[in-house]
Design a protein around this ligand. Structure first.
Ligand code: AMP
Ligand code: ZN
Length: 113
C-alpha cells in the first residue's frame, strides 16, 4: 500500500519510536499516548482492519498476541493492560492498517466509551 501511514512506518519512511520488531511484526509508541504506556503492534504486511483477518493471514495475529504477552512481562506491566483494535468508522479507526493498541500504567473503565 503506497499511501498507507503504517506501511511507511514499517519501511522506515516515517520515523517512529520502536519498541520491538521481528520478521512478522513491528511495535512502536503511539504518537498521541492516552496512557503512560501506549504502543501499537502491527503486522508488517498490510491488512486493512480486524475485519480483513482470514485463515490465510491470521497466523500473524496470533504471533502479535504472543509478542504482546512477552512485552507485557518484559516491560513490567504487572498491574494489567488493555489491548484494543478499532475496526471501521463507528469504532473510530483512523489508520486503515490493522493495529492493536496496548495500554497500561493507569486504571481503565469498562465498558469503553
Ligand atoms: P486508530 O484511531 O484506532 O486507528 O489508531 C490510530 C493511532 O495511530 C492513534 O492512536 C494515533 O495517535 C496513532 N498514530 C497516528 N500517526 C502516528 C505516527 N506517525 N506514529 C505513531 N502513532 C501514530
Ligand atoms: Zn499498510
Amino acid at each position: 500500500m503506497n499511501d498507507c501511514l503504517f506501511c511507511k512506518i514499517v519501511k522506515g519512511e516515517i520515523p517512529s519510536t520502536k519498541v520491538y520488531e521481528d520478521e512478522l511484526c513491528y511495535v512502536f509508541n503511539d504518537i498521541a499516548p492516552t496512557a503512560p504506556v501506549h504502543f501499537l503492534a502491527i503486522p508488517k504486511e498490510h491488512i486493512a482492519s480486524a475485519a480483513d483477518i482470514t485463515p490465510e493471514n491470521s497466523a500473524v495475529v496470533a504471533h502479535i498476541f504472543e509478542v504482546i504477552a512477552k512485552l507485557s512481562k518484559d516491560m513490567g506491566m504487572t498491574n494489567g493492560f488493555r489491548v484494543v483494535s478499532n475496526c471501521g468508522e463507528s469504532a473510530g479507526q483512523t489508520v486503515h492498517h490493522l493495529h492493536f493498541h496496548v495500554l497500561s500504567g493507569r486504571e481503565f473503565t469498562w465498558p469503553a466509551g
